[in-house]
Design a protein around this ligand. Sequence first.
Ligand code: ADP
Ligand code: MG
Ligand code: MG
Length: 254
Amino acid sequence: MATLEIKDLHADVVTDEGNKPILTGVNLTIRSGETHAIMGPNGSGKSTLSYAIAGHPKYEVTSGEVLLDGENVLEMSVDERARAGLFLAMQYPVEVPGVSMSNFLRSAATAVRGEAPKLRHWVKEVKDEMAQLEISSEFAERSVNEGFSGGEKKRHEILQMALLKPKFAVLDETDSGLDVDALRVVSEAVNEYKSGNEVGVMLITHYTRILKHIEPDFVHVFAGGKVVESGGKELADELEANGYVKYTTAEAAV
Ligand code: ADP
Ligand code: MG
Ligand code: MG
């Protein structure tokens, strides 16, 4: 079993006007096999948390730790993080003109696995996963994310996850921009990956609807740059009914 520990994490966003503190002491432990939903109002720092874990250059960790089985993730290069078993699906995936999906996926798999996947197996693996995610085969030759719709980008993120086989996956608003059918297809692929692999999932979401498809073991409320409450999946129902008002007013009063 693997463990991802986030301890008292503070981080700034780096802007032209200087640094702006966003994360104010995040504490969270995720074990492989568990799914944790992170829910919170817009602007509370959920994406910043995923960027900080990913090592995005626009986000600066000022104190605290992120440990994967005791290893300091924050000292690792972005490639090392991927090799260590972290997968980070971004809320706004980048476009890479001129690089085909199939080349991109094969290089990513080579980097993560430490050797190039055997071509015959690889082609079948990619084909099977694409079929499951209902991604048409023409996408293999298209440039990474270029001109993809929001829903197509999300499907490709999950395709990457299924192929890279991480120990921990941070999925940031995987449900945004998906219609009901796409949400079902994407959720089924995540669930299948979860059932076949010991993976810890951090599912960042604003809405409860994806949690009807991907069942969380734990739900955390994120407000003002940190986890302010944790519970089981019943907490999501409570949030659905009452919104985040309770947490944002408490924060405003501080
Ligand atoms: P969430 O994902 O919970 O909606 P974010 O992490 O995206 O929240 O944003 C947290 C706060 O950081 C917001 O107030 C947002 O405006 C600010 N922020 C995030 N990225 C930047 C940036 N690149 N420049 C300036 N402010 C930013
Ligand atoms: Mg966000
Ligand atoms: Mg599959």
